[in-house]
Design a protein. Structure first.
Length: 276
């Protein structure tokens, strides 16, 4: 997996988040903080030492995050968290400076985006991708109409952790560059039914929208049988299902990444029944 480091980078300018919907119940950030013995309250947001990582340079003057990378942004919080309002403008500024990289963040707070945008946003920054996360029909019906109305150059829908069958067909139009779906990880993970995954894939295929199955989750139901899948196999098993559709063709920054991932995973199909 080391080759993926040549494609992706992580940037977490702040850490901590408050839970706002059912998808947050077993948040992996809270679990990780507990696992590693963090003394900080995971619901409290604090600025990280790596806040200005995109602009940090090596001794030779090169950026520490090299040109062309896809930078997963704020994955230990929510980029639109109100507690981080005082820091966000500086992050937008760094994204604009680093036009040679892609910045990708997911949010459950898409209803805050408009009030959080920089003054020069226009119809969006070319190098910023925004994923709207939904976990059930209720959140899809609330968040996705807002998402579709906003000026964003690159939009994706993240159905994760998927908690029930979700119909998003009415929200799939030419502005959506990808739909990505995954189950919940962790010891207390709620079930992810493969039938829900296949139904979302059908919706995307019918609308010709790229679809990615990114993670099985820990409790995966397939053909009425429940599989307890260890964390290290959840991405691998999703990839082995071989149901991705049009990935690497339309979602611009993923194109090069997908080719490398295909090479990495090609030897890796409950696809093999990796069970605990």
């Amino acid at each position: 997996m080391s080759r993926l480091k040549d494609i992706y980078a992580d940037w977490n300018p702040w850490h901590g988040c408050t839970k706002i919907s059912s998808g947050c119940k077993y948040c992996y950030v809270y679990r990780q903080d507990e696992l590693y013995g963090s003394i900080a309250d995971s619901s409290l947001c604090h600025k990280n030492a790596c806040f200005d990582l995109p602009l940090k340079k090596k001794r030779n003057g090169d950026y520490k995050i090299s040109s062309g990378k896809i930078i997963y942004t704020c994955f230990t919080s929510d980029f639109l968290l109100s507690d981080a309002d005082k820091w966000r403008d500086e992050c937008w500024r760094m994204m604009k400076i680093r036009k040679d990289c892609w910045f990708y963040f997911f949010t459950k707070r898409i209803d805050r985006l408009e009030q959080c945008l920089p003054s020069d946003w226009g119809d969006g920054y070319d190098n910023v991708l925004i994923g709207c996360t939904v976990e059930n029909q209720d959140r899809a019906d609330y968040r996705l109409p807002i998402f579709l109305s906003l000026p964003i150059k690159h939009k994706s829908i993240i159905v994760s952790p998927i908690l029930e069958k979700v119909d998003i067909a009415m929200y799939l139009n030419h502005s959506i560059e990808e739909v990505s779906v995954g189950g919940e990880s962790g010891a207390l993970a709620r079930p992810c039914n493969y039938d829900w995954i296949l139904d979302l894939r059908r919706q995307c295929v019918e609308k010709n929208i790229p679809f990615r199955f990114h993670q099985t989750g820990a409790n995966f139901i397939k053909d009425k049988k429940t599989y307890k899948i260890k964390r290290q196999y959840q991405l691998e098993q999703a990839r082995k299902a071989n149901i991705d559709y049009r990935i690497g063709k339309d979602f611009i920054p993923e194109t090069a990444a997908y080719q490398t991932e295909k090479e990495i995973y090609k030897e890796l199909t409950l696809f093999d029944n990796k069970e605990e």
